[in-house]
Design a protein around this ligand. Sequence first.
Ligand SMILES: [Zn+2]
Length: 708
Amino acid sequence: MSSRGRTVAALSAIVLTISLMPPAAGAAAAQPAKAQPAKAQPAKAQPAAAIALGDAEHALIRFRLPSEAALQRLVAEGADIAARPRTSAGGAVLADLVVDAAQLAALTGDGAQAVQVIQREGDTAGRATASPQRLAADTLQFLQAYWWTTGGRTFLQTQVATTAADDPDVEITVTWTTADGATGSYQLVRFEDSGEYQYHYAVPQPLPAQITPNSPIQVVATSSLGGKSRTVTPAVWPNATPPALPSGYQKDFVEAYMTPADIAARIKRLKRQYPKLLDVLNLPNRTQGYRRTAVAYLGDPNVAAVVVDSVKFGDQGMNGVQVKTVDPGTADQPLSAAYRDRVLTVKLATDAGGKVISSTDDVAAFLSAKYPRQFRASVEAGSAGLPMPVAGPVALDDGLKGTEVSPKPWTVQALRIGKVRDGSKTGVLAYSQEHAREWATPLVTLEFAERLLANYATDPATKQLVDSVDIFVIPTVNPDGANYSFNDYNFQRKNLVNHCTGTSRDPRYRDSWGVDVNRNYAVGSYFDGYVGGSANCLSGTYAGTAELSEAESSNVIALAGAHPNIKFALNVHSYGGYFMWPPGAYRADGRVTLPRPSIDESKFFLDSARRIVGAISAERGTVTWPSYTGPVADVLYSAAGNSADQLYYDLGIDAWDFEIGNDIWNESTQEWEGVGFQPPFDEAHAESQEYAGGLVELVRIASEQPRP
Ligand SMILES: [Zn+2]
């Protein structure tokens, strides 16, 4: 009992004296009650003291009751029994009750003995502010704390959340310490997504070279508001290692970047070589093909021009068609046109004085109306309402530079690998190059496929996988875009279908046309109000005209839908070094994600991810960061209408996404450096090797699952 307790007691109307009971087992467990433990004496050393309460005061008091029957009576009367401590050795019955002064008097009158004031009404406020955590304006919590060693260098990565979430100026510092006393610190940066605070983080931090991998590291976070986290011991990441490859294991099957034609040739060769283990599936929706409409400016776009565009594709006889405007040279002529011998001649209108009076708008509207099956014309942006110049002839052209590429619609192919390919085995789908410019991604899926085929005859572990799993691989989902990326514009992301109308068809935008295949799926889409897709046909994330409007996206869903044994899928993208799973999208309003996986599913995703990340790192020590391993919507961004979400939510497939091409640590600059979509081939080759290993590990995980 504290001195403050006695001060309060002096004001009390009811004072009763108790003799302190001997420290029996039950009583000894009770701690000094008040908020000033520094002044409290051990219970046994205290003198007898009065327990008293003010008139309206309540307190939590431990009573020694005369009998078990007395306790039962209290229970029957509905007394506020907060706890019932162990009966002491002497047979006493103890109970902790919240009582007021009158109840205390009644109980003592009834033979109960108050032995300890555990807590008085009003104590809590002082106790709360006495806590050092609460003295600060914020509290801090580690969301992630991991370390790993690669290339002889140990890295540490942490994420910390502050309760001062709305204060953009809070600075958080993480300080690490090793068992042998080395220490250092680094700043975190605030991460907001869709306008909402998520956490503070830093990219993996290198520890000094002498820090050995086995040194226990501890971290603590402090904030500029005075907050301080608990001290945390980071865990080892990913802490999973795949089985060692047997000697003689064959790998390294990619020698160069591969165009869609190269990929088709490789598929053909694999089919010839491994007919018993492989089917080649032609997916049902042929693409548009490497084609564009033929187009030209009629006039000077810097002065006044009309964009004339063919309705058919350039390769369908429209490349080379000529267009010109002429001054009829006589008065009072109407606007007219003639199309013969592959020349479109537009005769401009004149007034009574013989002056040309047609505007750009007149010509564009006239041509589109007169030749709806041959031409569509639009006014060049900036040329609206201007006099139409006498111009041409100019030749329409599709502008495609890949003269060796077939313009025909493309049949997208899938490999199906397995000893038993009748749907009775668990299926795994790996697909790549939804995004055209991600050149290294088909190398991953083809390397993966060929490892399974080539090692089947000699490696028992591979044989076991191929015997027990039904593996589907689409190396290039978006071959038309890939051809454009290889031949015309290397940053082409989308497919080659141009849904633009009006001035957006101006050929100056030719590198911005197309649909983002991985925003064109039917779950959590732009059309459903999710974030990360666009209605602008020139946007890099243009979602198309409707869900599954494109052949490319429809093919992925058609394959997965036709093979319900597929339970796992991996969508291979580049770059950045991410490993992700659903949900992949949220609504802007309130950042509401698609439904979160259950706790069990989330655990399966993370446990499997650690194994796959471990397998990736086995190749050359590339560690996918823990902060980049998790749901898409949390670690990357919202990607409305992405394929993994449709596979997961519509088809019940555990659907993952790789972003291959992890950042590389530059020891001399002490910075992480990006590798890009089309790194020098040596880097792309290394990515193919490490991520093919990750895909094999996914097949191993699938082989451990129950049959479909
Ligand atoms: Zn991508």
